[in-house]
Design a protein around this ligand. Structure first.
Ligand code: DC
Length: 339
C-alpha cells in the first residue's frame, strides 16, 4: 500500500553542508519512526523557502543509498509571516501501515508548524554506552532513587546467546539463530531497582554473566530478527512502566523520546580494571590483558554492526566516567534528570 508522509525541518545556514545534513536528518527520522527501509521510498518531493538556494536537498538522499526513488526539489511560494529557512518533504512510501499509523516528522524550528504532532516526552531515562562503562551500576541506583524499574536490555541479548550455547546453535549463523527464535521465551521480573531474567521460567540472572555468553550476546545482537523481537519487548516495557533502561541503542532506537538520554563512556583500561575488580570480588581468576582485548573487540563489533549500532544520540548527555566514582556519576545524572 502507498502512503504519503510529511516532514519539515529548519536549517541553520544557507550552505550545502547544512542543507544536506538537515535533509538527511529529516528523511532518516521519517524512515526510523515509520520502520521503513530505503527501498520502501518511492518518491520524495522537497520544497525549500526562498531564502534557501545553496543546494538541492535531494542530493543528500543519494548519500543515504536512496538511489531508486524519484526525487524533485522546488522553491516555495513566499507567504508573508511564514516560517523561513525551512525545508519540507512529501515522501511517498510503500508500507503495511495505514494512513493513521504513519508518523509525520517535524524537527527543530519546524515543530512550530505542527505542534499537535509533537509527542510528549516519556518519563523514561535511557542510558547507553559500551561494555564496562558503568551503565548497570548507576542505572540501578538511579532507578531505586526515582522509584522506577531498572531494565537491563543487554541481559536479553545474553539470554538469546545462552539459549544458543545450551542448544548447540551456532550463534554466528544468522539463519540458525532465526530458526529457533520463536522457541525462545524470555521474561523479566523487577524488584527494588534490580532485574531478574528467566528463560522458559528458569532463572538465568547469574548464568548469563560469563565471557562466553557476552561474546554470544554481541554476535546475536547483530541479527535483525533478534533485535526486532527484543526491541519490541523493550518498547512495550518502556511504554507500560516508568523505566531506567540501559543498553546500546536505547536513546537512538528503543526510546527516542526518552526524557533524559545519557551516554556513559570510559577508556578501555579503566573499563577492564572495573571488570577485573568484579571478578576478584567473586574469586574468579582473570587476565587483565585478555579482558581489555575482549572489551575492545566487543566495542568494535557493537559500534560497527549494520543494525542499530552503538552510537551517541544527538540529544544525549555524554559523561566520561574514567575518573569518576559511582556516586559522582549517579549525582551527575540525577542533577541532569532533576534539572
Ligand atoms: O550490556 P551487556 O554487556 O550485557 O550487553 C551484551 C551485548 O548485547 C552487547 O555486546 C551488545 C548487545 N546489546 C545490544 O546490542 N543492544 C542493547 N540495547 C543491549 C545490548
Amino acid at each position: 500500500m502507498y502512503c504519503c508522509i510529511r516532514g519539515a525541518i529548519t536549517v541553520e545556514e544557507n550552505t550545502k553542508e547544512c542543507i544536506w545534513h538537515n535533509a538527511e536528518l529529516m528523511i532518516g527520522e521519517i524512515i526510523k519512526r515509520n520502520s521503513l527501509s530505503v527501498d520502501d521510498i518511492i518518491s520524495v518531493v522537497f520544497t525549500a523557502t526562498r531564502d534557501i538556494d545553496a543546494a538541492y536537498p535531494a542530493v543528500a538522499l543519494r548519500k543515504m543509498g536512496i538511489t531508486e526513488a524519484s526525487l524533485m526539489c522546488m522553491q516555495e511560494m513566499y507567504v508573508k509571516g511564514s516560517l523561513q529557512m525551512c525545508i519540507r518533504a512529501m515522501v511517498t512510501v510503500n508500507t503495511d501501515k495505514t494512513k493513521k499509523e504513519t508518523e509525520h516528522v517535524y524537527l527543530k524550528g519546524a515543530v512550530a508548524l505542527r505542534p499537535d504532532l509533537v509527542k510528549e516526552k516519556t518519563e523514561a531515562v535511557a542510558i547507553d554506552g559500551p561494555a564496562g562503562s558503568g551503565k548497570s551500576t548507576v542505572a540501578k541506583l538511579i532507578a531505586k532513587e526515582l522509584g522506577y524499574i531498572y531494565v537491563d536490555t543487554g541481559a536479553m541479548y545474553r539470554a538469546v546467546g545462552l539459549y544458543c550455547i545450551d542448544n548447540n546453535i551456532n550463534y554466528a549463523d544468522n539463519k540458525a539463530v532465526e530458526a529457533v527464535l520463536d522457541k525462545i521465551d524470555i521474561s523479566l521480573a523487577h524488584a527494588d531497582g534490580s532485574q531478574k531474567i528467566f528463560l522458559d521460567s528458569q532463572d538465568i540472572t547469574d548464568l548469563i554473566r560469563t565471557p562466553e555468553v557476552a561474546d554470544a550476546a554481541s554476535k546475536v545482537a547483530a541479527i535483525g530478527s533478534v533485535r526486532q523481537m527484543l526491541v519490541a519487548l523493550q518498547k512495550k516495557i518502556a511504554h507500560d512502566n516508568k523505566v531506567v533502561m540501559d543498553g546500546r541503542d536505547i536513546g537512538t532506537n528503543v526510546i527516542p523520546d526518552a526524557r533524559v538520554k545519557i551516554y556513559l563512556d570510559a577508556n578501555v583500561e579503566e573499563r577492564a580494571r572495573r571488570r577485573c575488580n568484579e571478578l576478584e570480588q567473586k574469586g574468579i581468576a582473570y587476565d587483565f590483558n585478555s579482558i581489555a582485548a575482549d572489551i575492545s573487540a566487543r566495542d568494535e563489533y557493537d559500534k560497527n554492526r549494520e543494525i542499530n549500532p552503538l552510537t551517541v544520540a544527538e540529544d544525549a548527555n555524554v559523561i566520561d566516567t574514567s575518573d569518576m566514582s559511582v556516586d559522582q556519576v549517579k549525582d551527575t545524572i540525577l542533577k541532569i534528570i532533576r534539572g
